[in-house]
Design a protein around this ligand. Sequence first.
Ligand SMILES: N[C@@H](CCC(=O)N[C@@H](CS)C(=O)NCC(=O)O)C(=O)O
Length: 203
Amino acid sequence: MANPNPYRLFLSPRSPFARRVRLALRRLGLPVLEHPLNVLESNPDLEASNPLGLVPALILPDGRALSDSSAILETLHDLHGGIWPERPTDRIEVRQASTLATGLMQAAVSYFQETRMHEVPSPAWAQDHLMTVYRTLRYLAELRSDLWSRSGELTQAGWDLSCALEYLEFRMPECRDAIPPSLKASLELARMIPAFGETAPRI
Ligand SMILES: N[C@@H](CCC(=O)N[C@@H](CS)C(=O)NCC(=O)O)C(=O)O
């Protein structure tokens, strides 16, 4: 019988932050009702759960609302496990790699908003975010490969990196050639998983 109170997720099909949560819910096998939104419009249902008006927002089966993708992943790990490695020393490093990959998403989202959505873009501000993207890509390429995948399975950081790289290709195609081959390996691994294709950013 279907769970009468599945998780409910407010998302934008383009949001890399929503995507990391969608992928985690699928990996954990948790039933979820997805509510895709256009975040450029007013969304009273979303705002009733998250007054910041940001996606993702997750409604737990008991009705409590969670916002921010990283906080949502922490709660999913508290409730179900399976997001972070069991060993605390491993967890510290994978979580830090995940934080940097998520920061890469944020820099790319900010760059896109500045260059394509502001009436008068600031070239200096956009350039600063572009440099952040390049610097972070170089830094991430130096990290140990087992932070991204172990025994052929992506870690949470590997999923986040894959979402960030595909978002870069989607919104900042000028950065495509700057993605180091060692990082592309995670993206190739993610692309073999159907859920990754099902949650790809689309217009
Ligand atoms: N730190 C937040 C960032 C969420 C975020 O910025 N979401 C964007 C979509 S990519 C959004 O909802 N934007 C709507 C708006 O700015 O009004 C998270 O990790 O969930």
